[in-house]
Write a protein of this length. Structure first.
Lengths: 470, 332
């Protein structure tokens, strides 16, 4: 074990952890904004209750996304300083723009939304949640543009004197085809999570809390969330398909690693499940769909998909001796888990909608159990998606330009990085337990009572309690 | 003015904004057990910064991002070199941020006590460590010819840096007391106003000592003028606090912190991180900078969006301009 390994583990753990909260922030901000808009438009109190209810769950989650996000920005300089030096001219710009253009918007307006219930005119208050939601989604775009440069570097040159990457075409970085497709794919994945949470909590109350006067609100939530999941899963599949083709083109090794495809095939069949020896010399068991991989990778059922061994030989000639192959079991299984968990959530969403068809009230214990795991499934899908795309890029930190091992900070000792890794892991684990307990507590508590008459706007009563207070 | 100078100034502005704004957030956090005698009073204190603390913290994130984009060498060397202090700052900010949101989510006193502790420690540590970090930036640290930090943790903890930490801590806690006096009503307001004056005297002594020491390490005409301005603003703020002119007192401490940070940057220029070993290791606004193309794009983005950000953040402060007191805290 050396500092490099620990730095990599720390980056993996902190990033996957950060991205447990981000999808919910991205998706739920928009869903809460939609609910509040429905209340604004219809005046139906049901939507106000749901806005406040899911708004609270959103905020419990939001805090975690914010504080774990600062770590991400600092971590590049702390643990990956040679990487930062190498790409700073290009990679820093989207991060800085994200903070200035998106994160300020999100953080400022979320404050206005939380505390503004009785301070702002209704329209301005509604606009605040939309501004925060837009900020959140914009933020994802800039971060993904930065990440896409690592997957498929564009718009740059290598300065022969300094050996550093230099920006030559900023619009090209922002319109990197990997970024343009990863952004909708990530958003769709986020709505899969947010929709699942909304549906699952609604369903739980529909089944467990049958005599509640708010059953109508919960039924609506279960259906609304399920529809979001279904639409999002269609979008995930559609964008994922395009992403696969772009990946085959710009990172063929990643595609081969996703499939455990060792030798070039045309046509290539898609492996549903393969158990074999790791060097690809022998298959123990294989379940394959002919032509599918060719179609997924190239759009042509007879297209050529390059295998790991051929690509390895090609890269060794191109970049010099060494291994250019990711860890195949990690990429192979994370790719499958991503798809399976995501689709499982969609299947449960269908069940939830079916169970409520024509005004029926579901009561199945099995459906209740399925509902309980529903929000966890797309979260896992998101995590495995990131593990796949980042591990599939290895051994590169910037594909074709810099190896991960050359990006690590030289001045940071093993003891230091072990300290930070341990500290982050402990504090993150503790906070995870606290967060989940709080979410469950508030999810169980149900929608709030909103019947108290709102104070009229003309009374300037300094003694009046705040509508919301920490 | 060339682009590297513009970006040096912008980084200075971002850190100045950050310390003025999050300075009082830290101050309020540190004073939580001092001025908040019961749970409702503590809630009053937290709610004075409730709507704005998160937006204030984005100044730091923007400063970090801007440093990465405009001066990658500076960002890389500084963040890897100051590893453990930055780790502590991160852990503190994590605990404090979550605490604001979670503290009131359960009724148990033990639950609240724990989050209160996270707020106090999470405010105190960064308030001290930022001073330590900036004192080290100004004095310089051991960098080799490749701009790599070659010192250890204890090379960062010399008397000058510790004085820097004590100074920012004292300034922020004073700034926080003044802010509380400005934003609350009743008994808390009175106690905060009285405390601000007492804290401010200590802060003034530390600040004058630290700035004098700073100017003896490196200096420029602009730095001297700014340092004198900082001292005068702090004294003016304290005089206003004494007669309970809270708006002026807050203006005084805000300007004092802003000018003190500006002093450090003015004294530092054109260096961004001097080396105490090899002069070739010194990072300057020129040798740490990105290419002119990147800086030009970033300048356009900053020119367009900074006024927008200032406008809506300013509007937030206007929306939440009213004072609050225990009567405004809901029963549950």
């Amino acid at each position: 074990m050396d500092a490099l390994d620990v730095a990599r583990w720390q980056f993996g753990v902190t990033t996957v952890y950060h991205f447990l909260f981000v999808p919910l922030t991205i998706g739920l901000s928009v869903l809460v904004a939609i609910l509040q808009t429905m209340w604004h438009r219809t005046g139906n109190e049901r939507y106000l209750k749901l806005t406040k209810f899911y708004g609270k769950l959103f905020l419990i989650n939001f805090a975690m996304g914010v504080v774990t996000g600062i770590v991400q920005e600092f971590q590049f300089g702390m643990n990956w300083s040679d990487y930062s030096r190498f790409v700073g001219d290009i990679f820093g710009a989207p991060l800085a723009i994200e903070a200035l253009v998106a994160f300020f918007l999100e953080s400022t307006f979320i404050g206005l939304w939380i505390f503004g219930w009785d301070r702002l005119p209704k329209r301005a208050h509604l606009a605040s949640i939309w501004a925060a939601a837009i900020g959140t989604n914009l933020s994802a775009y800039f971060i993904l543009a930065a990440n896409s440069f690592m997957q498929n570097p564009v718009g740059y040159r290598i300065n022969p004197d300094s050996g550093r990457a230099e920006l030559t075409d900023f619009p090209a970085v922002l319109t990197n085809k990997v970024a343009l497709i990863t952004f909708p794919h990530t958003l769709a994945g986020s709505f899969l999570v947010a929709g699942s949470l909304v549906a699952a909590v609604g369903l739980w109350h529909v089944i467990r809390n049958r005599d509640s006067t708010d059953t109508g609100a919960y039924r609506f939530a279960a259906k609304f969330g399920s529809w979001v999941v279904l639409v999002a899963s269609a979008a995930v599949l559609f964008t994922g398909d395009i992403q696969g083709k772009i990946m085959t083109e710009v990172q063929p090794m990643k595609m081969a690693a996703a499939e455990g495809l060792y030798t070039t095939e045309s046509p290539a069949s898609f492996s549903v499940l393969t158990v074999g020896s790791l060097d690809g010399s022998r298959e123990v068991f294989a379940l394959k769909i002919p032509y599918l991989l060719s179609y997924l990778g190239t759009g042509d059922p007879n297209g050529t998909v390059h295998g790991i061994n051929d690509l390895q030989a090609q890269y060794a000639t191109q970049y010099g001796a060494g291994s250019y192959t990711p860890i195949i079991p990690v990429t192979y299984w994370s790719f499958r888990f991503m798809i399976a968990f995501g689709m499982a959530a969609a299947a449960i969403a269908l069940l939830v909608l079916w169970s409520q068809r024509k005004g029926r009230t579901p009561s199945s214990k099995w459906l209740l159990r399925a509902g309980l795991v529903m929000p966890v499934l797309p979260l896992l899908a998101n995590s495995f998606g990131w593990i796949f795309t980042e591990m599939g890029r290895q051994p590169w930190i910037v594909f074709g330009e810099m190896l991960t091992r050359n990006g690590v900070s030289r001045s940071v000792s093993l003891a230091e990085v072990l300290t930070s890794f341990t500290a982050f892991t402990l504090i993150y684990a503790t906070l995870a337990v606290i967060e989940v307990k709080l979410l469950l507590r508030y999810a169980r508590a149900g929608v709030p009572d909103v019947s108290e008459t709102p104070p009229s706007d003309d009374t300037d009563d300094a003694e009046r309690p705040l509508a919301f207070a920490y | 003015m060339d682009l590297t100078t513009i970006w040096f100034l912008l980084i200075a502005v971002l850190f100045t904004g950050y310390f003025i704004l999050e300075g009082f957030d830290f101050g309020v956090g540190m004073l939580l057990p001092v001025l908040g005698r019961d749970d409702r009073e503590r809630r009053v204190l937290i709610n004075t910064i409730g709507p704005v603390w998160d937006g204030n913290e984005v100044w730091l994130i923007t400063a970090g991002g801007a440093m990465f984009a405009a001066f990658p060498e500076w960002y890389a060397t500084l963040f890897s070199g100051f590893y453990l202090p930055l780790l502590l700052i991160l852990l503190a900010l994590i605990g404090r941020g979550v605490a604001f949101e979670y503290r009131h989510k359960r009724p148990e006193a033990s639950w609240k006590r724990r989050w209160d502790a996270a707020i106090v420690v999470g405010s105190l540590l960064p308030a001290f460590l930022w001073g330590v970090a900036f004192a080290n930036i100004l004095r310089g640290v051991p960098l080799d010819a490749e701009h790599e930090y070659v010192g250890g943790l204890f090379d960062l903890l010399h008397p000058y840096a510790l004085l820097g930490g004590a100074t920012t801590l004292a300034l922020f806690v004073t700034h926080g007391a003044v802010f509380i006096a400005l934003k609350t009503t009743g008994d808390i307001r009175e106690r905060a106003g009285a405390l601000a004056v007492r804290l401010g005297v200590g802060a003034a002594v530390l600040a004058v000592g630290f700035l004098t020491w700073t100017l003896s390490i490196r200096s420029s005409a602009a730095a001297v003028v700014l340092a004198v301005g900082a001292a005068l603003a702090l004294l003016g703020g304290l005089a206003a606090a004494r007669v309970r002119r809270e708006g002026w007192a807050f203006t005084g401490t805000a300007v004092a912190i802003g000018l003190a940070v500006a002093t450090l940057f003015a004294a530092l220029f054109p260096n961004v991180l001097p080396s105490t070993l090899d002069a070739a290791g010194t990072l300057t606004a020129t040798n740490a900078a990105s290419t002119p193309y990147t800086l030009k794009i970033m300048t356009w983005v900053a020119v367009i969006f900074t006024p927008v950000v200032l406008a809506y953040q300013g509007w937030t402060y206007w929306v939440f301009r009213k004072r609050i007191g225990v009567a405004n805290i809901p029963q549950h």
